[in-house]
Write a protein that binds this ligand. Structure first.
Ligand SMILES: Cc1ncc(C[n+]2csc(CCOP(=O)(O)OP(=O)(O)O)c2C)c(N)n1
Length: 671
C-alpha cells in the first residue's frame, strides 16, 4: 500500500491546501444535508449516503485525471459530483429534491445524473455502474477521443455478478476504465472482513489480467498520482486498472443508520484516519499551516455551505406540471421511402436491417455472444464483421449484464448499440440494465440524455426446446415505463421493426420469433424507418376482431381464413408494439367488429399482455358500445420440450377459430 510522507507535502503545498479546503467543503456540505434530514419534522425526506471520510478519493482522482475524463459512481456520490465540477448548489438542490436540482428533483441524493457533463452519474443498484462504464469507454474508443472512465464501487459490490461481468468485458476489449473500490470496511451493516478471505481486495482482478493496486484513499497526493498512472496506462491502450482505495467510514451507512452493529473501537479507528484530521496535521507538522488557519479554513468552507443551503431551501419544489414529460421521447411521424422489395426469410431480413443500419450511421455498433466472427447462432449477423470491421461488429464474453450495461453506457455516449441477447430467457440474468438503468436515463435527466439502444432477442417454443429456452416474456418488458417493446411476426416486420427501433431515441427491445426464422415473405427495403408504435391490420373483418402479436399472428390469420369459409368475417390485427400501444388501430378494429374481440398470445395466460389489451379496449370503447372480450393464451404451465405436449398447451389456428367462432356466433344470435 502506498502513502506519502510528511516531506512530500512540502513540494505539493498548494494542492494539499486546496485538497484540505475541498475535504472541508464536502464534509460541511454533507453535514448540512444530514442535519436537514434530522429536523423534526424532517426538512428533507428520504435516504442519503454520505462519503464522510472518503472525500480524498474523488478530489484526488479528479486531480490525477484529464479534465474530460468521466465519472460513474455509486449512491455515495456527493463528493464525486462536486469534484467533477458540477455546481454545488445544483447538487445540493438535487439532494434536497428541489426544482433547481441538476435533475429537477427526479433523482434525489442517490441517482443524480448529468451524462452531458463528465459526471455520467450515480447508481443505486450495487455494482451496476461498472458495466455502464464499460459502454462509455467503448464509445470513447470508437470516437478515438482518448477519454478514460472512472467507475467507483464499494467493497461489498465486488461480490456482485455485474462487477465480474464488467471486469470480463473490460479485459476482453482492453477498455480504458479505472475501476475504483472505495473500501470503507463496511457493506451497509456487514463487515468487509466477514465477506472476504482475501486481505487485499485488489487481488480480485488478477484472474482477469487486470493490474491493480491498494492505496491510502485518505491521502489526496497518493490518490492523485495513482489515478494519473492508471489513466495514462488506460489512455495508452493498455486496458483497465483497478485501484482499491482504503478509506474510513466516518458516519453510518446512511442518514438514519444507528450503527448498532458497529463497535466503538471500529469507529474510533476510523476517526483516527479521518482525512481532514490527518491532512491538516501533516500541513501543521510541515509548517504549512497553523492550527488556527486550519480552523479558519474549515469555518470558511462551512459558511459557503450555509449560504448554498439557505438559497436552496428557499427555492421552490418541483411542480407536477410536465411530470410525464421525458418518460420516453415525443413520438415522431417519419415515413420511410421504399427503395425496393425482396423475398427473404425472417432471419435474412434481420441481417438486411442490421446491414442497413450499419451503412446508415457510423455510430451503430452490433455485438453480443457469438455475434462477431460466427455471425450469431441463428446467422442474424452473418458476414457483418467481415464487412464492417471488428470495431463495429464483435463478440462479447458470455455476460448478459455486461452486454446490456455497456449498451446503456455506449448509448448515453452517442453510439447506437444494437445488441443481441441470444434467447429471451437469458434476459432474466441481466434485467437490471433494462428495468433499472436504460429506462431511467431520459426521465431522470429530464430529456437531456437518453439511452437509444436496441436489444434484439428471440423467444417462443419450438419442438424440443426446453423450459428455459421457450418462454414468451413480452409482458414483463412492456410493463416498464421508459422501455419500448416490439414483436415481429414475419420477415417483412423483422426488417421494418428493427429499422424503426434503431431510428428511435429510446431503448427498444425487438422480440423475434425463432420458430419463424426460416419463413419467407416479401420485405420492403427502405430508406429511413417507420415510427415506433404502429400496428398492422393483416385482415379487416366485421364479425370478430382477433388481436395478436409475434408467433400467434400467422395462426390467427389461418383461423380467420378458415372462418371465412364458414361465412364469418374475422379481422386480424398484428399489434406489433406492446409499448407503446397503437390505441387508434385497436379501437378501430374492435369498433368495426362490433365490439367482439379475441386477444391471442403465446405467452402464458396469467399476467399475460391480453389482460392489458382487454382493459385498454374497455377504457377506449366501453362507454360507446357493448364489448365482448375473450383471450386465448398458453396454459399456465412450464413449457414442455415434447412437441406433443407443447401442442396441447399452446394456442393454434383451430383453437383460435373455435373461440372466435363462438364470439361471432353471439352477433348472429343478436342479429
Ligand atoms: C443490487 C443491490 N443489492 C443490494 C442493495 C442494497 N444496498 C445498498 S448499499 C449496500 C451496501 C453496499 O456496500 P459497499 O459496496 O461496500 O458500498 P458502501 O455502501 O459501503 O459504499 C446494499 C447491500 C442495492 N442497492 N442493490
Amino acid at each position: 500500500m502506498t502513502s506519502t510522507n510528511s516531506s512530500a507535502i512540502l513540494s505539493d503545498a498548494s494542492y494539499a491546501r486546496h485538497s484540505l479546503a475541498q475535504i472541508a467543503f464536502i464534509r460541511a456540505f454533507e453535514a448540512k444535508a444530514l442535519a436537514l434530514t434530522q429536523t423534526k419534522p424532517p426538512s428533507v425526506l428520504g435516504s442519503m449516503h454520505f462519503c464522510a471520510g472518503q472525500e480524498a478519493v474523488p478530489l484526488g482522482a479528479v486531480a490525477g485525471l484529464r479534465d474530460d475524463d468521466q465519472i460513474v459512481c455509486t449512491y455515495r456520490g456527493h463528493g464525486w459530483a462536486i469534484a467533477s465540477g458540477l455546481d454545488p448548489r445544483a447538487v445540493f438542490a438535487e439532494i434536497c429534491q428541489k426544482a433547481e436540482g441538476i435533475n429537477g428533483g427526479r433523482a434525489g441524493s442517490a441517482l443524480m445524473m448529468a451524462p452531458d457533463t463528465r459526471f455520467i452519474g450515480e447508481n443505486s443498484i450495487v455494482g451496476a455502474g461498472t458495466t455502464i462504464a464499460c459502454g462509455v469507454a467503448m464509445a470513447n474508443l470508437h470516437k478515438g477521443n482518448g477519454r478514460v472512465v472512472v467507475v467507483t464501487i464499494g467493497d461489498g459490490a465486488l461480490n456482485q455478478g455485474a462487477v465480474s461481468e464488467a471486469f470480463a468485458l473490460a479485459a476482453a476489449r482492453k477498455l480504458p476504465v479505472i475501476f475504483v473500490v472505495e473500501n470503507n470496511g463496511w457493506s451497509e451493516m456487514t463487515s468487509t472482513d466477514d465477506m472476504f478471505l482475501a486481505k487485499r481486495l485488489a487481488q480480485r482482478t488478477a484472474g482477469y489480467g487486470i493490474p491493480s493496486a491498494t492505496i491510502h484513499g485518505t491521502d489526496p497526493i497518493v490518490v492523485r498520482d495513482s489515478f494519473a498512472i492508471a489513466a495514462e496506462r488506460a489512455r495508452n491502450g493498455d486496458g483497465p486498472v483497478l485501484l482499491e482505495c482504503r478509506v474510513p467510514r466516518l458516519w453510518g451507512h446512511y442518514n438514519r443508520d444507528m450503527e448498532h452493529y458497529r463497535s466503538k473501537e471500529d469507529r474510533r479507528k476510523a476517526e483516527q484516519i479521518d482525512p481532514f484530521i490527518t491532512l491538516s496535521q501533516r500541513m501543521i507538522d510541515a509548517g504549512l499551516m497553523t492550527e488556527r488557519e486550519v480552523e479558519e479554513l474549515r469555518e470558511e468552507e462551512e459558511r459557503k455551505v450555509e449560504r448554498i443551503a439557505d438559497v436552496v431551501m428557499a427555492s421552490p419544489d418541483p411542480v407536477p406540471e410536465g411530470l410525464l414529460d421525458h418518460v420516453v421521447a415525443a413520438p415522431t411521424d417519419g415515413r420511410p421511402r421504399v427503395t425496393g422489395t425482396k423475398e427473404m426469410s425472417f432471419i435474412e431480413a434481420v441481417n438486411a436491417a442490421l446491414r442497413a443500419e450499419l451503412d446508415n450511421d457510423e455510430a451503430v455498433i452490433v455485438y453480443g455472444e457469438d455475434v462477431g466472427k460466427g455471425g450469431g447462432i441463428f446467422a442474424a449477423s452473418r458476414n457483418l464483421q467481415r464487412e464492417y470491421g471488428a470495431h463495429r461488429v464483435f463478440d462479447t464474453p458470455i455476460a448478459e449484464n455486461a452486454i446490456l450495461g455497456s449498451a446503456v453506457g455506449a448509448a448515453i455516449s452517442g453510439l447506437k448499440p444494437i445488441v443481441e441477447i441470444m434467447w429471451a430467457d437469458f434476459l432474466f440474468v441481466a434485467l437490471d440494465q433494462l428495468v433499472n438503468q436504460a429506462s431511467n436515463i431520459r426521465y431522470i435527466t429530464g430529456g437531456k440524455s437518453g439511452a437509444p439502444m436496441v436489444v434484439r432477442t428471440q423467444q417462443g417454443a419450438t419442438p424440443g426446446s426446453c423450459a428455459q429456452h421457450s418462454q414468451s416474456i413480452e409482458a414483463m418488458l412492456a410493463h416498464v415505463p421508459g422501455l419500448k417493446v416490439a414483436l415481429a411476426s414475419s420477415a417483412t416486420d423483422a426488417y421494418a421493426l428493427l429499422r424503426a427501433a434503431s431510428a428511435d431515441p429510446d431503448p427498444v427491445i425487438v422480440i423475434e420469433a425463432r420458430g419463424l426464422y426460416q419463413v419467407r415473405s416479401t420485405v420492403e427495403l427502405t430508406e429511413g424507418a417507420e415510427p415506433v408504435g404502429k400496428a398492422r391490420l393483416r385482415r379487416p373483418g366485421k364479425d370478430v376482431a382477433i388481436i395478436s402479436w409475434g408467433t400467434m399472428v400467422d395462426p390467427a390469420e389461418a383461423a380467420a381464413e378458415a372462418l371465412a369459409e364458414e361465412g364469418i368475417d374475422a379481422a386480424v390485427l398484428d399489434l406489433r408494439w406492446l409499448n407503446p400501444i397503437d390505441e387508434e388501430a385497436l379501437a378501430h378494429v374492435v369498433g368495426e367488429a362490433g365490439g367482439r374481440v379475441l386477444i391471442v398470445h403465446e405467452a402464458v395466460r396469467t399476467g399475460g399482455f391480453a389482460g392489458e389489451i382487454g382493459f385498454r379496449i374497455q377504457e377506449l370503447l366501453g362507454e360507446r358500445m357493448a364489448l365482448s372480450v375473450r383471450r386465448l393464451a398458453t396454459m399456465d404451465t412450464r413449457i414442455p420440450a415434447s412437441p406433443v405436449l407443447q401442442a396441447a398447451v399452446i394456442p393454434n389456428a383451430r383453437s383460435i377459430a373455435n373461440v372466435a367462432r363462438a364470439l361471432a356466433g353471439k352477433r348472429m344470435i343478436a342479429a
